[in-house]
Design a protein around this ligand. Structure first.
Ligand code: SF4
Length: 376
């Protein structure tokens, strides 16, 4: 959702483009006065993505937004409560073939329902949605999407579960007023991911107190991490570091992230603190680098393909990542430096001798073998 004044067409449109660039499919813009509605009329034809007008209190602004050509409406049932007004919007939206999201929000729940349920319970939120749908149904309006957002994650999850059990409309997920990152991000992921993994939800929004582009990137990333969207950008994984680390993992990861994001490569890259465990633990990554004995060990799908001085490891990673995207895994593994795997293995063994085998694999194997060999 944009954060600019809607009447400020240039800046709002710039934000819409920035959000589209960050991977959103639709953008919601507030339509809170006449100037905003007029601004929408200018923006809609120039927007790269569909525009949804966010409507509170004034049903006439919903009608104005429809006239402006928006591709969707969000109505808040908590503050547009007169049935004839809701029906008027439904008639106009139906004539134009425009969908409506029934956007219930725990913070602005219909006061009659608050009185009836005592608080914004999941049952109260779902009741609000049902009431609105009844008004829309009176105009045979069916092009509906529903949200029941709550700022309390367990209540949000329960509200959507109840909604999904009760109705069969598309659902828009969100934890409302989640706050600034990192807390806001954690709340949003906890609520939205839980539901998506249960098969509940069709669209999502992260409501962060942050630059909306951050919201968009986070939402996009979540969908990619859940395999609900194809990866379009970098997925950097890095070990948490430990006493074995041969390099400042955080510093290397940050440098690698900055350079790889700039290169915009849609691959999974691993930054690992030591060659003892790194290439093995990150063998699923497309490409990675592990430090050891003053060297960077570059690996593709767990196979070490190059060994470079530590000071050059991030640049070498970037170079190899670019080639990997251009040429593919097989070609880059075939082009591997034949000495690299031997060097990496030597470094690994030397480090194991110096640091010891933290996993004590040989000792544990021997103990297991002894138990397995016992008679009876
Ligand atoms: S890869 Fe190495 S440094 Fe990183 S956590 Fe694992 S053992 Fe520790």
């Amino acid at each position: 959702m944009t954060t600019t004044k809607t009447a400020d067409v240039d800046n709002t449109l710039a934000q819409v483009y920035a959000l589209a660039g960050a991977g959103v499919d639709i953008v919601r813009i507030t339509c809170n006065d006449r100037a905003a509605a007029e601004g929408l009329a200018e923006m809609v034809p120039r927007s790269p993505v569909p525009i949804i007008a966010d409507i509170h209190y004034q049903y006439r602004l919903a009608l104005a937004a429809l006239e402006a050509g928006v591709q969707g409406l969000r109505l808040n049932p908590g503050n547009i409560r007169k049935p004839h007004q809701i029906r008027a919007v439904a008639r106009e939206a139906k004539d134009r073939g425009i969908p409506i999201r029934v956007g219930v929000n725990a913070g602005s729940l219909d006061r009659d329902l608050m009185a009836r349920f005592g608080s914004a319970t999941p049952e109260a939120l779902v009741a609000s949605a049902l009431k609105e749908i009844e008004y829309l149904a009176e105009e045979d309006f069916e092009d509906i999407k529903i949200s029941v957002k709550h700022s309390h994650v367990p209540s949000m999850v329960e509200s959507y579960r109840l909604l999904a059990d009760t109705l069969d409309y598309p659902l828009h997920l969100g934890v409302t007023e989640a706050g600034p990152p990192p807390g806001g991000l954690i709340k949003s992921v906890a609520g939205i991911a839980t539901l998506l993994l249960e098969g509940i939800g069709d669209t999502i929004r992260f409501s962060l107190t942050a630059d909306p582009v951050e919201e968009a990137k986070a939402g996009r990333q979540l969908l990619e991490y859940l395999d609900l969207r194809e990866r379009t950008g970098l997925d950097l994984i890095a070990c948490p570091s430990c006493g074995r680390a041969e390099v400042d993992v955080l510093g290397v990861a940050q440098e690698a992230q900055a350079k790889l994001e700039e290169a915009s490569l849609p691959i999974q890259v691993a930054v690992m603190g030591c060659v003892v465990n790194g290439p093995g633990e990150a063998r699923e990554a497309d490409i990675g680098i592990a430090a050891g004995r003053g060297r960077g060990h570059l690996f593709i799908k767990g196979k070490v393909v190059r060994v470079v001085p530590e000071a050059e490891m991030v640049d070498a990673l970037l170079d190899e990542a670019r080639r990997l995207v251009e040429e593919g895994v097989e070609a880059r593994v075939a082009a591997a430096d034949r000495r690299a795997a031997r060097t990496a293995e030597r470094d690994r063994r030397v480090l194991l001798q110096i640091q010891g085998d933290a996993n004590q694999a040989a000792v544990r194997r021997a103990a297991v073998a002894k138990v397995a060999a016992r008679d009876g």
